[in-house]
Design a protein around this ligand. Structure first.
Ligand SMILES: [Ca+2]
Length: 221
């Protein structure tokens, strides 16, 4: 018994430290954390033990000394498990704007686990949209590409075009008939001729039926 004492002390110290390190960021700082609880970040569905791919991303942001970055647009933009959907999409908060204390974002029934590549990918995380919406591109400023997301509540012809600051058409990203839903299109920073455009302010314009909206963005090289 006496022989095992140092080992028992070591175990106690080890688990105390583990709990102290993990506790500050584990419980509620992740969107829908109360839905997935610890399984959002851990391989074990009951929590604890090794972290999954999303949990490892979160862990990287815990900076020694106490400054911590929790849920954020940059964390939301990463696809931790490589299944083609960003963490934000999988957690029903594509822009990463949820903060502790706010109601859970998105449709909980459509939320999946961002650290599990076998989880069901979210095709339409918010259900069928009830209104038109053109979201802020992410990242912005960007180089070399940026994602532009939008919702349309009914099937119709949709065009997404990029203009330069002089109002000249640079690129037609989309011009097609789309069903109702949430869509994300990537502009790769090239014009219609396939050439990379220079740094500067660009405008993306979405037209769908009577909906017509333009947003500025910055390409910075
Ligand atoms: Ca993913």
């Amino acid at each position: 018994m006496r022989k095992n004492l140092p080992f028992i002390i070591f175990l106690f110290a080890f688990f105390s430290v583990t709990i102290l390190i993990s506790r500050p960021w584990r419980p509620s700082q992740i969107p829908n954390g109360n839905k997935f609880s610890c399984s959002t970040c851990h391989l074990d569905p009951n929590g604890g033990g090794p972290r999954n791919l999303f949990g490892q991303e979160v862990e990287k942001r815990v900076v020694a000394g106490g400054t911590q970055e929790f849920w954020s647009p940059s964390l939301a933009a990463i696809d931790s498990d490589g299944d083609g959907k960003t963490n934000g999409q999988e957690l029903g908060d594509p822009n990463g704007i949820w903060r502790p204390g706010q109601p859970n974002p998105g449709a909980l029934s459509a939320v999946t686990n961002p650290g599990d590549p076998n989880s069901t990918a979210v095709e339409n995380f918010a259900g069928v949209p009830t209104s038109y919406r053109l979201l802020n591109n992410y990242p912005n400023p960007f180089n070399p590409s940026t994602t532009i997301a939008f919702d349309i509540p009914q099937s119709e012809n949709v065009s997404l075009k990029i203009f330069n600051i002089n109002g000249e058409l640079v690129r037609t990203v989309t011009n097609e008939n789309l069903p109702a839903g949430h869509f994300e299109k990537i502009w790769d920073g090239k014009n219609d001729n396939g050439n990379e455009v220079s740094s500067g302010i660009y405008i993306y314009r979405l037209t769908a039926g009577k909906f017509d909206r333009s947003v500025r963005m910055v390409l910075m090289k």
